[in-house]
Design a protein around this ligand. Structure first.
Ligand code: SF4
Ligand code: SF4
Ligand code: SF4
Length: 262
């Protein structure tokens, strides 16, 4: 693909539409069938081996979810898309926050989460896409509503009933590390409550240098939009936190798959 074609493709995907991921896939065969398949796929925890191997190796022990300080990992229930007990992440309910030491990977006893992939440069879960740019609050100039921030308190299992009710997370001296981490997340998010031009996705991205994964850029026709960049590893934190629900992660796909190379 020429540099110019690649650039046009990136701009097309990053900046426009309102078609949604499935609409994009259908439009002109840009993505093709593999992306439709990926759209229905599960997002796996960091370090997951290729999907077919993962389905064979995950022994449904739940070790990864027990050590996850953000409660990001779930096990497939009987109504799930893959066999019962498989580990996955539902990013709109809780993304992964890319813990420095990847305790989920270290805890996995079966090789389903590969111990060779226990650092940030090897973790690649998928790739984010802004599937409905016209709904982005930064594009349309709407403030971040209270309800969008309050909703994230429901994702946090470590709050006292009072903290949950009042949407206020207070870090106490005797809070365990897991509680402190989740409360810090809420405290950082609180700074965006009522923000006039939303920057939550770019500001809250847990990648070590978030500007390599996502950044706010001028949008065609005015306003701002997030631009997904090469280091995005599909952790799904932006999917969880976006007040307008306009970001998705396509599991197992890469920046090059979706946006083309530089
Ligand atoms: S990296 Fe951390 S937040 Fe993400 S799934 Fe693993 S333990 Fe949970
Ligand atoms: S942009 Fe950041 S928060 Fe969103 S999926 Fe990529 S790495 Fe995660
Ligand atoms: S989180 Fe990002 S994509 Fe979502 S409304 Fe805010 S700026 Fe737009």
């Amino acid at each position: 693909m020429s540099a110019q074609t690649s650039k046009k493709r990136r701009e097309f995907i990053q900046q426009m539409t309102g078609l949604g991921v499935l609409g994009l896939a259908a439009a002109g065969g840009i993505f093709g069938a593999p992306y439709l398949k990926a759209e229905g796929a599960r997002l796996r925890p960091p370090g997951a081996v290729p999907e077919e191997e993962f389905l064979g190796l995950c022994i449904k022990c739940g070790q990864c979810l027990q050590v996850c300080p953000y409660d990001s990992i779930k096990l497939e229930d009987v109504d799930g898309r893959a066999s019962v007990g498989m580990a996955y992440i539902e990013p709109r309910e809780r993304g992964c926050y890319l813990c420095e030491a990847f305790p989920c990977i270290l805890a996995c006893p079966s090789g389903a989460l590969d111990h060779e992939h226990d650092s940030i440069e090897f973790v690649h879960m998928g790739i984010a896409v802004v599937h409905d740019p016209q709904g982005c609050l930064a594009k349309i100039g709407k403030p971040v509503p209270d309800g969008a921030i309050d909703r994230i308190y429901d994702h946090t299992k470590v709050l006292s009933p009072e903290e949950h009710r009042n949407h206020k997370a207070v870090i106490r001296a005797d809070d365990p590390e897991k509680t402190v981490l989740q409360k810090k997340l809420l405290q950082k998010l609180e700074k965006h409550r009522g923000e006039q031009s939303c920057t939550i996705c770019a500001d809250m991205c847990p990648y070590p240098d978030p500007s390599k994964a996502i950044g706010m850029v001028d949008a065609k026709g005015g306003g701002l939009l997030p631009e997904i960049r090469e280091a995005c590893n599909g952790c799904g934190a932006c999917v969880e936190l976006c007040p307008a629900d306009v970001i998705k992660v396509i599991p197992r796909k890469s920046y090059a798959d979706l946006y083309g190379k530089g």
